[in-house]
Write a new protein. Sequence first.
Length: 312
Amino acid sequence: MISRRNIRVKVMQTLYSLSSTHAAEDGVNRRIGDDILNDKLARALDLFSISVLYTLRVAEYAETDAQNRSSRYLVTKDDLNVSTKIAHNEFVLDLLSNKSFNDRIKDYKLERFIDEELVKKIYHLLTKTNEYQQYIVSAEREKGKEKGIIEFIWSKLILENEDLQSHFMDELPGWEDDGDMIKMLIDNFFKSSSKPNFQSLISDEKREYAHSLLQTVLDKEAYCMSLIHPKLKNWDTERVALIDILLLRMGVCELLYFPTIPTKVTINEYIEVAKTYSTQQSAQFINGVLDNILKDLEKEKKINKQERTSKS
């Protein structure tokens, strides 16, 4: 489920961490880098799982609400007729029976990140929506509608809930860095018809690409910088953001050492990453420098690309 762009971001963050820890002085970049990258990929998986868990807990709260209202001292007719349909939502039950999901929640103790008061508030907001009212009055359980109401909880009541987003920022390690990526992963999750593996959001091929990109950038630093520095003459080099330099190094490595990735894809991808993670001028800067380097490399016949023979 993690895209190559997500991987590029994780590698960039890993390189940034390495630069701040001065790992190069100890001569252990490769091992530390691999450990940091694996940790960042695992953390993203935790955030994804927690986001899904929050959504399910809102749906499940219908049972709790029904029990609480039926046990009141003065019970009204409405208290005895609370719909619990959404708690038995087929999409929810399918996820709750997913072994990889349950193992992830249990093994990494992710329940501790669930704030029950926020779950309760979101559930009560849900019950006031037209979407929910239409859902509970329908006697049918159409597959699309079962998934649709759960997606509605996530996209409209969780993502747009300022209290919950603030809670995520404060309590979920890495949400500030990975929030946008998790939103995209959840969006793809609802669009997909396949069952996700909550123990690994990354294929073996993409994991290999991630570590290969990281190690290549580390190993080829001197050569890549020899190509980059001459292209900085029209820029104030002292003010060039570290992230931009890292993205340039990554981009040059992809141009030279990853033959199945088209040059246009490489440049466009790093422009997009720069837009999100660096300064306002970074996208133009990355585009200009990588394009100039590419032209030189093509003249020297150092670019050798080939068609990919397997899916990413």
